[in-house]
Every structure is written in structure tokens, then in C-alpha cells.
Write a new protein. Structure first.
Length: 635
């Protein structure tokens, strides 16, 4: 196992863009971030305005208890007929998927559970990775095809004790199977002609699903970068009507030799993007072994464009500091890829992407820019937004000009939400228009946003965001609303309220607020909170005992968390939250491959056992959050 240390690195189809006040029609939210381009913009919100969201009449309408943590974004279907359960009828339905592998159909108006179905036992703490809840089941946002009345979802289940991914196609009206579920399987030829097989034990399906060209697509990553000699990034597809897999697939790392592969597709849960008309797919990848980049056999730290049949990589953009990103575990794939709707000027098809390093890239989708070792990057523009475990949003202002919303880390325990005007002449660039007050947000840098407006009508656009927990207890998740029109460069705060909790602070709360049909939906730990006009103040509800954290016991494995000061041979030197020095033998973690890239100055949680001399022998070492306030207790 290699270690690397760097010191001092402190819609389906086309989207319709309204150009006038929207017609008062019910909005369907059938996919992550509202559409296949991942704009995060609901331009059909005719009820919620900055005036009434900022009034005392806006608050909590309902709080719905669920059976586990929710990492997937809720989906919304109005006028949906429900034919099973205790109360058949036609409702506006919110579909929510949990890490216990349960799908809920919930009435949007009052939070009543209409239907639920469990798809199988989830996998507990896969590979010992604690960068998630104690269960991993449905980790990615499903996708709905309203015309076909189908919901597509991938569940991670234990089948005869073996971790297995299954693709389900469920009927929206009763959650029964439309066709038999299909077990995920794939193989790909490596650079030396040998065959590499998909192994569900080592792969994490986190990026949201997308349906395009009649195909359901999913990306795969790894767990905590453990077993990097086994885990690689995959992009797979299945025919929507039959769930038959595509004949081709994409493997991001096809190297035949080495001990560190990865090049994962994860994007903090942000969805694979699909371009209108062409159906070409876009995603970003994470780190791999330094010095292994090829742009073909290994496409780490890159934005990648792939054809709909997954036959070939069509284009790529790789930052010129790719080697630094690899060595410092600064995945570009910690952030999502947003495809902007058509723009005027010489480059009508644009995208933006950002990752852990904190640079947001504006790229030409027709020619992404390739790789320019030593720089400068062949990007149309680059902006610093702060470390981004996050995803951008987009909307069009009343002047007809597009805006990009960024939400990277704004410093200690905060996120900085900013609006950038898309300049298309005389040069193509992003121009800062305004920023919101810092949003309290812990865990890793940044957060997620969405936008609601009544078309492009002036004074109706609202930016919505969630704040990740800043402590372990009560580990509150907050909802924020800001006016999208800046006042003296500042986006005014309209509303803030607790919206749930997230006690599993070792894994980021990648929560996307969903605005549809005068309501706002926030899914968190064992809870869906519904906001709207006529609501009340949030009341913390009892959700039962918290899930047992990986470190929550005095019995082995023991654990400590601290900032890495040295990595000498098999000895790690950590400085704990109390300022004390702890030395750890990580030789067992290296042998068991439950250790990722180590970077001096970053925080890590070590799980292991103490010997009779008091030395801690690590069984696993995983990156922890920057803030000591949300580190797990030392045991």
C-alpha cells in the first residue's frame, strides 16, 4: 500500500427554460436536482416568494418518521394514483429512499405514509468504512419515469451473506416490481488483455441515477478508499424497459498492474449528467496513484464525457495540477458536474465542475480542454470557491442572463453560497454578482443548493440550502433560504430553521432541499421534514436511539482521532483534540488494505486494539472531518 504526504495544503431530455412568469402547473421532481442537466432550478414555483418565505407564516407542516438515514434526495410526483395500502386515491406523493433499503410513498400535504416497501437487508459498515451511516442500503437518489409510471433504484443488500447490488424497477402506484430485479454484474478488459470483474463488495454506488436515451445509468466508487487494489470507478447502464445491461460499460481505471487504482465516480451524491439531444454523459472522477494518469487507461481527477452506449470516452478535462490532486487526496469528484442550458455567444454548451481543491472550472462541452501538464488549464474560466464536497445550481435572471450558484467551504464550519453571472461577451467567464452570509455548516467543505422562482419574473427567485451539523449532539441539520437578488453584493437571508438531525457525523450530510408546489422537503436522519406556508416552528422529535457509531463502545475496536503530524515507516504520529501526541502502528491496516492516502495536516480516525504496552495497533485508518467538534469520541 502506498502512502503520499504533502505538507502545507492547508428532466429527462432537454430542460425547458421559462422566460416569463411560469404557468401555475404542478411540478414533477423525477430526478436529482430537477433535471438531467442537474440545474437544481424549479422555475415553476408560483406560490413561494421572498416576501412570504421571509414571514412568520412559513414553517414546518409535517415531520415524518422513517426507518434509517436518508442520503438520497426526495422525489415528488403530483396527481399520482396510489392503488395499494390503507388509503388508495390520488395524491401529490413524495418518494423517499433510506439506507435501510426502504422506499416510502408519502402524502406531500400532511406527511401521511401511503405505502412503504423494503428491498432487502442493508450491508452493515461495508469493509469497516465509517464514512457513512452504520448501514448502507439505498445510497443514491433513484430516478422516476412518470410516463412509464416507474421508479428505478439500486439497493445494496446482503444476499446469502454476500454484499450485492440489485437494480429495481418499481410501479409508482403500489411499489411492486415491474420486472424482476437484476443483480449488477460487469466485466471490462484491462490494458494487458486480462478481464476485470465488478465486485460489489468493494464498490459504492453513491452518485444519483439518471435516465436518458431509454437507459438507466449509475456510477460506482469505493468505501473510504479502502482496498484500492480492488476498487475502481465504473459507469454502467441498463435498458429501462427490461433492465438488460448495456453491452458496453466504462471502467475509469484500466491499468493492469499496481496496487492503487480507484478513479472513483462519487460526486458527493450529485447525479451523472446527461446532455439534451445527444444524450452524452458527464461526470467527474477522484484520485488514483500519483504518476499513473494516462487520460485513457486511467482517467483520475478529470471531467469525462462518454457516449450514451458507453462505447468510448468522447472527451476529457484534467486540471494541470493532477499530480498534486492525486497525492493530496483532493478528489475532483467530491463535487458535481452541472451542464448549463444553452447560452448565447461562441460557446453555447457550457459546464461547471469543482472539487476538494476549491477551484470551479467553466468548460466548453464541445471541447473540454484535455490535459495541459504544467498549465495553464484549457478552461474558459476558473474561480476559487473553497473546498467543495458540494454541487452547483443554475437559474436565469429577469434580464435573461444565466447564473451559476456555488457553495464551497467558506472557512471553519461554514459554507459560502455565491451567485456568478454567466458572461458570454466579449469573453466567456463567470462574474461574481453576490454572496450570502456564511452558512454554518460542519463536516467537509461546502453544501448543496437549489433555486425556486416564478419563471424569470423579477423578485421571485429564492436560493435554498442546507447546513451540515457543526457538532455531534444534537447534530442539527438546518434549512436556509436567501433572496437570489443581491443587495449591495449580499444575498439577504429570508429564513432559517432546524430541519432534522444527522448523528453519523463521520459521513457528510449531502442533503439537497427540494422545492415543489409550494412546499420544501428536507430528508435527514430517520426523518422527512415538510415546510410550507401556514407551518409552525420546528420541534425536535424523538427518533429512537441513534445508530451505533463505529466508535461508540469501549470494547475493541478502540479508536482515536487526531491531526497527522508525521508518517514514518509504520508509525503514525497524531495530535489529538486534547493536544496530546498519540503514536499508532498502522502495519495491520496496511496489510488489510483498510487505509487511504495519508496527508500531513489532515485529520484521521484510527480504529484498532491496544497491546499490553499501551500501543494502538490500527486495523483501519480513514480521513476524519476538519472540525474536532464532530470527531467521534476517543475510545
Amino acid at each position: 500500500m502506498k502512502r503520499f504526504a504533502i505538507i502545507g495544503l492547508t428532466l429527462f431530455g432537454a430542460i425547458a427554460i421559462p422566460t416569463a412568469p411560469a404557468v401555475a402547473s404542478k411540478r414533477v421532481v423525477a430526478t436529482y436536482h430537477y433535471d438531467n442537466q442537474r440545474t437544481g432550478w424549479n422555475g415553476n414555483e408560483t406560490t413561494l416568494t421572498p416576501a412570504n418565505v421571509g414571514s412568520a407564516s412559513f414553517g414546518v407542516l409535517a415531520q415524518v418518521g422513517l426507518d434509517d438515514q436518508v442520503d438520497a434526495q426526495p422525489l415528488v410526483v403530483p396527481n399520482q394514483r396510489i392503488t395499494a395500502g390503507p388509503t388508495p386515491g390520488t395524491y401529490e406523493v413524495v418518494y423517499v429512499a433510506t439506507e435501510a433499503n426502504t422506499i416510502y410513498a408519502i402524502r406531500a400535504s400532511n406527511g401521511a405514509v401511503l405505502l412503504s416497501r423494503n428491498l432487502g437487508s442493508p450491508v452493515p459498515s461495508p469493509l469497516g468504512c465509517f464514512n457513512n451511516g452504520s448501514n448502507v442500503g439505498i445510497n443514491a437518489t433513484p430516478v422516476i419515469d412518470v410516463a412509464a409510471q416507474a421508479l428505478y433504484v439500486i439497493a445494496y443488500t446482503l444476499m446469502s451473506g454476500i454484499p450485492t447490488y440489485q437494480v429495481f424497477a418499481l410501479n409508482l402506484n403500489d411499489l411492486t416490481d415491474r420486472t424482476a430485479p437484476v443483480t449488477v454484474a460487469a466485466s471490462h478488459t484491462l490494458s494487458d488483455g486480462t478481464t476485470y470483474h465488478f465486485n460489489a463488495q468493494f464498490q459504492r454506488q453513491r452518485a444519483a441515477l439518471v435516465e436518458s436515451s431509454g437507459i438507466i445509468y449509475a456510477g460506482f466508487a469505493g468505501f473510504c478508499d479502502f482496498f484500492p487494489d480492488q476498487s475502481r470507478g465504473w459507469l454502467l447502464g441498463w435498458q429501462a424497459t427490461t433492465l438488460l445491461p448495456l453491452a458496453a460499460n466504462r471502467l475509469t481505471n484500466k491499468l493492469a498492474t499496481g496496487t492503487y487504482f480507484l478513479s472513483s465516480i462519487w460526486m458527493s451524491g450529485y447525479g451523472i449528467a446527461a446532455a439534451p439531444v445527444s444524450g452524452n454523459l458527464f461526470f467527474s472522477t477522484g484520485n488514483s496513484g500519483p504518476g499513473t494518469y494516462s487520460g485513457d487507461r486511467n482517467v483520475q481527477e478529470s471531467v469525462v464525457k462518454v457516449d450514451p452506449q458507453l462505447v468510448k470516452n468522447l472527451d476529457i478535462f484534467t486540471p494541470s495540477n493532477e499530480d498534486v490532486l492525486d497525492a493530496s487526496d483532493s478528489d475532483l469528484s467530491s463535487g458535481g458536474v452541472l451542464l448549463l442550458p444553452g447560452q448565447p455567444g461562441p460557446f453555447p454548451d457550457l459546464l461547471v465542475a469543482a472539487g476538494k481543491f476549491g477551484t470551479m472550472y467553466l468548460l466548453n462541452r464541445a471541447s473540454l480542454g484535455g490535459f495541459a501538464p504544467g498549465g495553464p488549464d484549457k478552461a474558459l474560466d476558473e474561480k476559487t470557491i473553497g473546498p467543495c464536497w458540494c454541487g452547483p445550481s443554475y437559474f436565469t435572471g429577469p434580464d435573461g442572463v444565466g447564473r451559476v450558484v456555488s457553495s464551497g467551504g467558506g472557512g471553519s464550519n461554514s459554507a459560502q453560497i455565491a451567485v456568478w453571472r454567466v458572461q458570454t461577451s466579449p469573453t466567456v467567464a463567470l462574474v461574481l454578482e453576490g454572496a450570502a452570509p456564511l452558512v454554518p455548516s460542519g463536516q467537509d467543505g461546502g453544501t448543496f443548493t437549489t433555486v425556486s422562482s416564478n419563471g424569470t419574473q423579477a423578485g421571485t427567485a429564492i436560493l435554498w440550502a442546507t447546513g451540515r451539523p457543526t457538532d455531534n449532539s444534537p447534530a442539527t441539520v438546518n434549512l436556509y433560504a436567501f433572496a437570489a437578488t443581491p443587495s449591495n453584493g449580499t444575498l439577504p437571508l429570508l429564513f432559517s430553521s432546524p430541519a432534522g438531525s444527522w448523528p453519523n457525523t463521520a459521513g457528510n450530510a449531502n442533503i439537497v432541499p427540494v422545492v415543489a408546489n409550494r412546499r420544501v422537503f428536507v430528508a435527514s436522519y430517520r426523518q422527512l421534514t415538510i415546510f410550507g406556508l401556514g407551518g409552525h416552528r420546528f420541534v425536535a422529535r424523538s427518533v429512537g436511539a441513534a445508530e451505533p457509531a463505529a466508535l461508540g463502545t469501549h470494547k475493541p475496536p478502540h479508536a482515536i482521532t487526531g491531526v497527522l503530524e508525521h508518517a514514518d515507516g509504520s508509525v503514525l504520529t497524531l495530535r489529538t483534540r486534547a493536544g496530546k501526541i498519540a503514536r499508532v502502528d498502522d502495519s495491520e491496516a496496511l496489510r488489510s488494505k483498510q487505509i487511504g492516502v495519508l496527508v500531513t495536516g489532515y485529520a484521521y480516525t484510527v480504529q484498532g486494539t491496544y497491546d499490553s504496552t499501551g500501543a494502538l495497533h490500527a486495523q483501519s485508518v480513514a480521513r476524519a472531518k476538519d472540525s474536532a467538534a464532530i470527531w467521534p469520541l476517543d475510545r
